[in-house]
Write a protein that binds this ligand. Structure first.
Ligand code: SF4
Length: 279
């Protein structure tokens, strides 16, 4: 299966189980979505949804926020990450919308990116959700899940992940792909423990395939003889180099023979670990 086919199957599989394919940030208009998305950087949507009702009650329109001082915004968002910076950004961004955009949130990615505190990811989310612009923003979930499934190859940055994903799908599928990968990463393919046993795209996932290829654990190893056991030369050792193969699987190699047929003596488990792509 090539990556294009994989992407189509992944999107179809996730669409079948994820019916609400949109942001989980509560909002009723583009202004609220923009503010909530700015606040959600390095923070959870859950936390933002807790603070945003009071914030929007105090500043119901962009004009209200533009007229507010930074110190007036801060108390409403003190429990989110980086509240000082974010209150400064909200104040300045609101004034820019009022002065430069006649009080309307810009509808394009470029227009949104020109605002203070609005990065590429935020601009894409707002343009995609509020104005239906085809976008594919890459956050920590999209980055991790795209790598795990094998939708991207050798993509070291979010920009590279975004470029590669966009090449796999037609324009009209970008926004949906963004949402399903986020929601799948948030609730199923989580950073700490992916729930592969209940995953609807298990057949398309390279991470799962590599997990199945790991050697079975060994029994009867003696940790007193060394931390690791080389099953090729049948000897114990304390320290070996950690190396990574082309598919990103990390493993300890035997210092004597270079074998990667190595097990941890305490657990009996292989030292091979499939990279999980957390950022
Ligand atoms: S099979 Fe596991 S690792 Fe792969 S996408 Fe599903 S949950 Fe994630």
């Amino acid at each position: 299966m090539n990556r294009k086919e994989r992407a189509e199957k992944v999107l179809a599989g996730l669409r079948a189980v994820i019916k609400e394919r949109t942001t989980e940030l509560k909002h009723v208009n583009p202004y609220e979505l923009l503010v909530a998305t700015i606040l959600s950087a390095q923070c959870t949507d859950e936390r933002i949804n807790k603070v945003s009702p009071a914030l929007f009650l105090a500043f119901p329109t962009v004009q209200h926020m533009a007229a507010a001082a930074v110190d007036e915004i801060f108390p409403f968002i003190r429990s989110v990450s980086y509240p000082n910076n974010k209150s400064r950004h909200l104040a300045k961004m609101s004034r820019e919308i009022v002065s430069d955009h006649a009080g309307h949130v810009p509808e394009t990615v470029a227009g949104l990116e020109s605002l203070t505190g609005v990065g590429h990811k935020t601009a894409q989310v707002v343009a995609g959700v509020a104005f239906g612009v085809p976008t594919l923003a890459v956050d920590t979930h999209v980055y991790r899940v795209a790598h795990r499934i094998g939708l991207v190859h050798n993509a070291k940055t979010v920009v590279q992940v975004e470029r590669q994903l966009k090449k796999l799908l037609p324009l009209q599928d970008w926004t949906d792909m963004h949402h399903v990968l986020i929601l799948h990463g948030r609730y199923r393919c989580t950073a700490r423990r992916p729930g592969c046993e209940l995953c609807p795209i298990v057949r398309e996932c390279q991470y799962y395939e590599r997990l199945q290829q790991l050697p079975v654990s060994r029994t009867g190893l003696d940790p007193r003889k060394g931390r690791y056991y080389c099953a090729t030369r049948n000897h114990y050792f304390e320290k070996g180099d950690l190396i990574s193969d082309r598919s990103g699987t990390e493993q300890v190699s035997c210092p004597r023979c270079g074998s990667m047929n190595v097990f941890e003596t305490r657990s009996g488990k292989t030292t091979k670990k499939v990279k999980d792509y957390r950022i």
